[in-house]
Write a protein that binds this ligand. Structure first.
Ligand code: FAD
Ligand code: 2HG
Ligand code: ZN
Length: 479
């Protein structure tokens, strides 16, 4: 009897665990693994040994045990909308993609505890709908919500457009079920709001980008639905004015302020160019626009009077030059759609360099003025696609190649230097080189240069302890 090569015997075992149809390899007739191997931004195309699609926590645990025995790395994947090359395999053909999308059930809703327990592969939009059907709000909201999964949101500690009121995904999570690198199951779905029995393992797993454990389910917080929601679009003469408007909005709306997004003229111009049907308002005559949302717990009339008095005060203080308030939900959705389309419009325009930085809100105008000038001097003609979650001090400070340039060549020759310039500025302004998207593979070389060395050493020690074989998403976060 001849022994099977190790990888073939692993594939056979995985097929026994998950069923033949749920283990896909390049050798299968007609198989196309590109949806799992290609990252959303088309920056990297990996090659997987197999794509494995478990349907239960027990299957995930068995898959991890088999992979650990065969010393085969595992890349957990949800909706594959990540922007830092963290959820696709490397080019070795030796890694398993563990696709979580078959584990997508809502397991339970506890209205009195204000919690919902859901499997990791549930698409965010389906989770929002389940909450709404039960009469609640699940506030996490981002442009990729139609395809990203709650497991990926937890894996990256996603932010999105409601953080100013509800916090990041981390703040919305009360419990996790996790399969460890050894294939053991941690049953941590308690849903407790208070638990001081030692280290906070939940928060360690959240944001670990699949490098410390595989999240199979989560207990998430629910909130009452607002009685009324109003959205406004304001033209502002400068970023300083946008920061002033944010201060006014905090004062006048208090916890009613649920969204505060800023968008630069060039970013909106890209939406106008690639999606003219979206009819971007006010953008042509102003350097910046702001999208504000007021969620009111009383009623529509109360929301409108609060909102109108805020905008009057802002117009008087000259931090707003013009504004439109959505008359109804359809108009509000259209305004949000414009904001959510910037990433897509930028992708239509071509390859680009993304930065999801955070800086103390008060220092953002100075950061942008100074860094824009440095970039213009070092890389003449670059176009700045600036937008983001100003209310959280989180800016998408994206750099597009000069008009007409060969983008591939521009990125090849300049990406590292652009990143270094921007990240040095971030450091100078006491910021973080990633506020939202994570480190993945794209920022792995930069992290040691910008992260506190003691923090980095603790991170390495944790990784070594929890995953000594380095089989969970190797090469990501820590390299
Ligand atoms: P994937 O892309 O599949 O994976 C992302 C990371 O999480 C990988 O490292 C992966 O290994 C890990 N992972 C996935 N599932 C698990 C699991 N079950 N257990 C452990 N690790 C896991 N991000 C924001 O923060 N805010 C935004 O506003 C935002 N807007 C976006 C808009 C668009 C149009 C796009 C394309 C992306 C946007 N993103 C945003 C980035 C991305 O959508 C989020 O990071 C999202 O949370 C990723 O979810 P996913 O299911 O697609 O994860
Ligand atoms: C957003 O806020 C996302 O829309 C994507 O975080 C940001 O495309 C980007 O750079
Ligand atoms: Zn964002």
């Amino acid at each position: 009897m001849t022994a099977l090569p190790l990888s073939s015997s692993l594939i056979a075992q995985l097929r026994q665990i998950c069923g033949t149809a749920n283990v896909i390899t390049h050798d299968d007739p007609g198989a196309d693994l590109s949806p799992w191997e290609q990252d959303w931004r088309k920056r990297v195309r990996g090659r997987a040994l197999a794509v494995v699609r478990p349907c239960s926590t027990a299957e995930v645990a068995a898959v991890v045990k088999a992979c650990a025995a065969a010393n085969t790395p595992i890349v957990p994947q949800g909706g594959n909308t990540g922007l830092v090359v963290g959820g696709v395999p490397d080019g070795s053909g030796a890694q398993i993609v563990l696709s979580m999308t078959r584990m997508n059930a809502v397991r339970a809703i506890d209205p009195a505890n204000l919690t919902l327990t859901v499997e990791a592969g549930c698409v965010l939009q389906n989770l929002q709908a389940a909450a709404e059907n039960a009469g609640f709000l699940f506030p996490l909201s981002l442009g990729a919500e139609g395809s990203c999964t709650i497991g990926g949101n937890l894996g990256t500690n996603a932010g999105g457009t409601q953080v100013v009121r509800y916090g990041n995904t981390r703040e919305l999570c009360l419990g996790l079920e996790v399969v460890t690198a050894q294939g053991d199951i941690w049953h941590g779905l308690s849903g407790l709001r208070k638990d001081n029995t030692g280290y906070d393992l939940r928060n360690l797993m959240i944001g670990s980008e699949g490098t410390l454990g595989i999240i199979t389910a989560a207990t998430m917080k629910l909130y009452p639905q607002p009685a009324a929601q109003l959205t406004a679009w304001a033209a502002v003469p400068s970023l300083e004015s946008a920061v002033q408007l944010l201060g006014l909005a905090h004062q006048r709306l208090g916890p009613g302020l649920t969204g505060f997004e800023v968008m630069g003229q060039f970013a909106l111009g890209l939406v106008d160019k690639h999606y003219p049907q979206l009819r971007v308002p006010l953008w042509q005559d102003t350097p910046w626009c702001v999208l504000l949302e007021n969620s009111d717990s009383e009623n529509e009339a109360h929301a409108r009077s609060q909102f109108e008095s805020l905008l009057e005060a802002a117009l008087e203080a000259a931090c707003v030059s013009d504004a439109v308030v959505a008359e109804n939900l359809t108009q509000a959705r259209s305004l949000w759609r414009i904001r959510e389309s910037i990433t897509l419009a930028q992708a239509e325009e071509g390859l680009n360099i993304k930065h999801d930085i955070s800086i103390p809100v008060s220092r953002i105008p100075a950061f942008v003025a100074e860094t824009d000038a440095l970039l213009a001097r070092e890389f003449p003609g670059v176009r700045m696609v600036d937008f983001g979650h100003l209310g959280d001090g989180n800016l998408h400070y994206n750099v597009q190649a000069p008009a007409g340039a060969d983008e591939k060549a521009f990125l090849r020759d300049n990406e590292d230097r652009v990143n270094t310039l921007v990240f040095d500025q971030v450091l100078k302004f006491d910021g973080s080189i990633s506020a939202e998207h994570g480190v993945g593979e794209l920022k792995v070389g930069k992290l040691p240069l910008y992260k506190d060395p003691t923090a980095l050493a603790m991170m390495r020690a944790i990784k070594q302890t929890l995953d000594p074989q380095n089989i969970l998403n190797p090469g990501r976060v820590l390299g």
